[in-house]
Design a protein around this ligand. Structure first.
Ligand code: G6Q
Length: 537
């Protein structure tokens, strides 16, 4: 009651309505309305979104849209797009949408048109990416750069890795790309083990330029470079920075001419279209990069302008709320049927879980309802041979997002037909299952029948696009970004801060200083003390 959500008219009505819907099966819904599959779908910006295989009726949707309106979604959406400081815990605007706004448009923050600033940086990135790709930018000894190593973590890593993997088909194959994030020295060691420092460029990607993992890896990279090139002047040819912190960049020894800036209104996990995208631009080239930005922008515009009833991110988010809060679903699976999207679930994990994994509302109160679900997944069909068993016959309700493409990027028949047939079949099997009668008719032994029955009634959405391209990747990412925003609005949490990651960082710093100093103080609980002792022994 205390946060208002559960006392809203629409919420109470949904609670009541759930009692009716929980008894109806998807099979029954399709029996009652044989063209349900033709009506509960949306086509927007080249994305076909089928949401008919859900445990919803027209009334469910009506109530969910009412809930969104009672929560002020449209006003809050406008507030984000107009640059209001909606990240209230950090007193910041939230303007990743400005990063893909076309040149010449206007979004004002504190009296400045940020779109102009965005395009200034984009032009600098374009110039630099062109020089690396053409070989014009050479290393300290005159050799062209062949290897690009992005050093960053969290939001300064997951977007670049995901985008590189997703768009590898469009990348310049003569260049090698590596991504170092972990504080574990193995990450760095493996990334550079076959590289020549003379041909290697390090992109140090850190919004704050103070993150322990990134700075430790950047210093190791510096030593690795100097070990071979033995001249401080080499750093200027082999290191660039992506950051908001000019002072720290200069302190590290990177010429701020080689720094690509962004702004405090870009959240880490929403930063892949800021300067943080430099490795992506070098890999796929500026032209493809601009296409990706155009895809983001198309989805931004769809989200901003489409009525809630025709708005893909809004419907996705409301379905999440429906399962999370009424069916007590704990997780949401994301299952791309496109191998290039193998890091997409990991990318979404951060975007969603760091955004809505919060028990304190914007008003500083503890929620009395569930917030963000766990997002997870793997590409199909691999997942089918590992964890799908639990989705089909386990005791947990796991709504699934299937993502498929009509065309493969490789002309290798019959692969694409088999791949898409599998994706479509999974949605069908999850929704409609297989009855005991069907199994019996196959002549299965009576004792085995219960094991072979599929209850079905397991919900899924399917997203179909023509092919995995830069523009479509942009649309997909923005679609999830805006869905997260809507979920944040419904649950009244701030999807743009991440206070929950701070405590572990502070405690790690304490333990670092303890294990590096003599004598070792033992001032933790007995378990933590014993672990430190074991490590030092
Ligand atoms: C994302 C988070 C977090 C952040 C990393 C890296 O939204 O803020 O994942 O991106 O901690 O931070 P820096 O870019 O400042 O190094």
């Amino acid at each position: 009651m205390k946060n208002g959500l559960t006392s809203l008219e629409a919420w109470k009505a949904l609670d009541k309505h759930y009692q009716d819907v929980k008894r109806i099966t998807i099979k029954e819904l399709f029996r009652q309305d044989t063209i349900r599959g033709n009506s509960l779908n949306l086509s927007a910006e080249g994305i076909y979104f089928d949401y008919s295989k859900h445990r919803i009726t027209g009334k469910t949707l009506g109530l969910l849209f009412k809930l969104a309106r009672e929560r002020g979604l449209e006003t809050k959406r406008n507030a984000m797009f107009s640059g209001e400081k909606i990240n209230i815990t950090e007193h910041r605007s939230v303007l990743h949408i400005a990063l893909r706004a076309p040149k010449g448009s206007t979004i004002m923050v504190d009296g400045v048109n940020v779109v102009d600033q965005v395009h200034e940086v984009l032009e600098k990135m374009t110039d630099f990416a062109g020089k690396i790709r053409s070989g014009e930018w050479s290393g300290f000894t005159g050799k062209p750069i062949r290897n690009i190593v992005n050093i960053g973590i969290g939001g300064s890593d997951l977007g670049p890795v995901m985008a590189y993997e997703a768009l590898k088909h469009y990348s310049k194959r003569e260049l090698t790309f590596r991504f170092v994030s972990n504080i574990d020295g193995s990450d760095f060691a493996e990334a550079v083990h076959d590289l020549n420092p003379e041909e290697t460029l390090f992109i140090v990607a850190s919004k704050t330029f103070t993150t322990l993992e990134t700075m430790t890896n950047a210093h190791t990279a510096r030593s690795w470079t100097l070990n071979k090139l033995s001249d401080e002047a080499a750093i200027g040819r082999h290191f660039v920075a992506l950051s908001t912190n000019e002072k720290e960049v200069a302190k590290f020894g990177i010429d701020t001419k080689n720094m690509f800036g962004f702004w405090d209104w870009v959240g880490g996990r929403y930063s892949m279209t800021s300067a943080i995208g430099l490795s992506t631009m070098i890999a796929i080239g500026p032209e493809h990069y601009y296409e990706m930005l155009a895809g983001f922008h198309k989805m931004d515009e769809h989200f901003r302008t489409a009525p809630l009833e025709k708005n893909i991110p809004v419907i996705m988010a409301l379905l999440n709320v429906w399962y999370n809060n009424f069916f007590n679903a704990q997780t949401q699976a994301v299952l791309p049927y496109e191998n290039y999207l193998k890091r997409f679930p990991a990318y979404l994990q951060q975007m969603t879980m760091e955004s809505t994994g919060k028990y304190i509302t914007l008003d500083g109160q503890k929620v009395d309802y569930q917030t963000g679900p766990v997002y997870w997944g793997e590409p199909g069909t691999n997942g089918q041979h590992s964890f799908y068993q639990l989705i089909h016959q386990g005791t947990k309700l796991i709504p699934c997002d299937f993502i498929g493409f009509k065309e493969s990027l490789h002309n290798l028949p019959p692969h694409q037909d088999y791949l898409m047939a599998n994706m479509i079949a999974q949605g069908e099997a999850l929704a409609f299952g297989k009855t005991a009668e069907d199994v019996r008719n196959e002549g299965v032994d009576e004792k085995l029948i219960p094991h072979k029955v599929f209850e079905g009634n397991r919900p899924s959405s399917t997203f179909f696009l023509d092919k995995l391209s830069p523009v479509n990747l942009g649309k997909l990412v923005a679609m999830y970004e805006h869905s997260v925003f809507v979920q944040g609005v419904i649950w009244n949490v701030n999807p743009f801060d991440q206070m929950g990651v701070e405590l572990g960082k502070v405690l790690a710093q304490n333990i670092i200083s303890e294990i590096q100093q003599e004598p070792k103080p033992a001032r933790h609980d007995s378990s933590t003390n014993a672990l430190i002792h074991f490590y030092l022994k």
